[in-house]
Ligand binder design. Sequence first.
Ligand code: G1P
Length: 297
Amino acid sequence: MIASLGWVRKAVIPAAGLGTRFLPATKALPKEMLPLVDKPVIQYVIEEAVRSGLQDLLIITGRNKNALENHFDRVAELEETLSKKGDEKRLFAVRESSQLADIHYTRQGDPRGLGHAVLRAKSHVGDNSFAVLLGDDVIDSRDDVLNQMLEVHERTGDNVVALMEVPESQIHLYGAAKVASTSGNELVLEGLVEKPESNAPSNLAVIGRYVLSAKMFDILENTGPGRGGEIQLTDALQHAAKHPEKAGGVRGVVFSGRRYDTGDKLDFIKATLRIAVDREDLGSELRAWLKDFAKGI
Ligand code: G1P
């Protein structure tokens, strides 16, 4: 895959959520550290950013998130032990996570919503456009949406969100897009509504990928609490769509590949299975077992 050659170099990864849907597993462990097979969820997200040429990453963390920083750090004793044993494969895996990218951290402080978390990145990001990848939303590495989003942003200067069609009964769980015009899988949006209870403008849901102009920080600074009393990124984007002269308009790229909301238990299990059945070391045995298992249910 060709990495983006544009001017977007930084990505912000909000990972400060409490993971309440996964309690008690997330009582002491950040939800982003739950493993999909043998890699923590957030490593898949970081690898996706790196595949798109984004090397400077800022993770927005919260309390209880030390395990995240430790995961992306070197562990000299472990490396030494594996090296002495000649276990090159595991040594590579351990080193890999500490060499993926230039990773920075800041804490969100008060949990005041996704818009607030993104705003915490303002001084790190500076004046250039940047990507936002939600730390528990995994896009299968065999599919891609971020490269196309970067291309659309670089061509138009507009903010770009990734969208996915969901059943109407599910749209209340997402930001929903109001579409002005369509060209292939690229849409111009005239608005967005965060988690509509009724009268959703479409069944196109915002999934956790955004490419934003730095001017969105000014809009976020002036965005008051919305749904759930939180500062919503969706509300700031709604404002941008209505006032494109301030920070660019808003476009959507419709994604139809494999995406897993790993904060949701069922999606987490599906993600684990989908990744595992295609793994060289596990796939054939697991497929055979699943076929047998399915007969009995
Ligand atoms: C956030 C956003 C929402 C988006 C969703 C995607 O909600 O606010 O607009 O559709 O991520 O996962 P959350 O799932 O954090 O409540």
